[in-house]
Design a protein around this ligand. Structure first.
Ligand SMILES: [Zn+2]
Length: 249
């Protein structure tokens, strides 16, 4: 049991490290594969000892070993977050096909959240292939049926499309596509619970930021981090939340 936990933490840290590369390069239209990892300030190629997730960062106190410039906190945070979420996922689902599929979904959510926070976009380069992969996997794997996947795209995706068309600025087409991807993987019920949680947490956060004077009514809050958070809570506690909602109804 302990060895599997340790293994999943290590895989999570490694995945997180790769997600950092995607988060940096994808919006800049750079290749994900080449060149190898290098310092973003001095361009020095990073060696194996510079690439150990989290440890390298703290070993050099968050600075580049070659030029001494600070490395963003985003790097260890994304690595630890990925490892943390995959570990909880494993404890909820065990080692099976759902664990693998949901792990990939969580990675996509982390990347979209970080890119949306920094650039206020959700890249099509990520959502389109993810949508196709989600549909194809629903045919060949048994975590969801093809019909479940299709209604997962149409119901929450349609709802978001309607909201985006009605309210314009608050929601973008990127949000619509991201919600469609989530629906294709986890089905419409859990996605709607995720959206409900995302709106709730997003509204509270917006209110707090407005009261604190950090933003005004016109500031557009990136919604992907909230969709991500809502979806992850729904993945972990969706069934409990669903039965509570049904009993209330
Ligand atoms: Zn450097």
């Amino acid at each position: 049991m302990m060895i599997i936990d340790l293994l999943i933490v290590m895989i999570g840290l490694t995945f997180g490290s790769f997600l950092n590369v995607i988060i940096w390069r994808l919006p800049r239209q750079e290749s994900i594969i080449t060149p190898g990892s290098h310092c973003l300030e001095c361009g020095e190629d990073l060696k194996i000892r510079d690439l150990i997730p989290v440890f390298s960062f703290f070993l050099t106190r968050g600075k580049c070993r070659y030029c001494g410039k600070a490395i963003s906190w985003q790097y260890p945070v994304v690595e630890v977050l990925t490892a943390f979420l995959l570990t909880i996922l494993y404890h909820n689902y065990g080692l099976n096909i759902s664990f693998i599929i949901y792990s990939i979904l969580i990675c996509i959510l982390i990347v979209c959240s970080l890119i949306d926070l920094q650039y206020k976009i959700i890249p099509n380069k990520l959502t389109y292939p993810a949508l196709i992969a989600a549909l194809i996997s629903s045919i060949f794997l048994n975590h969801i049926s093809l019909m479940g996947s299709l209604t997962g795209i149409l119901v929450p995706g349609g709802l978001f499309l309607l909201l985006a068309l009605l309210y314009g600025k608050g929601l973008g087409m990127g949000d619509v596509k991201l919600v469609a991807v989530i629906g294709a993987v986890i089905g419409w019920q859990f996605t709607l619970i995720g959206i409900f949680l995302a709106s709730l947490i997003g509204s509270i956060t917006g209110l707090i930021l407005m009261i604190a004077g950090i933003m005004d009514r016109k500031t557009r809050i990136p919604f992907a981090p909230f969709i991500g958070l809502g979806t992850i809570i729904s993945l972990f506690y969706g069934e409990e939340l669903f039965s509570i909602l049904m009993s209330l109804y």
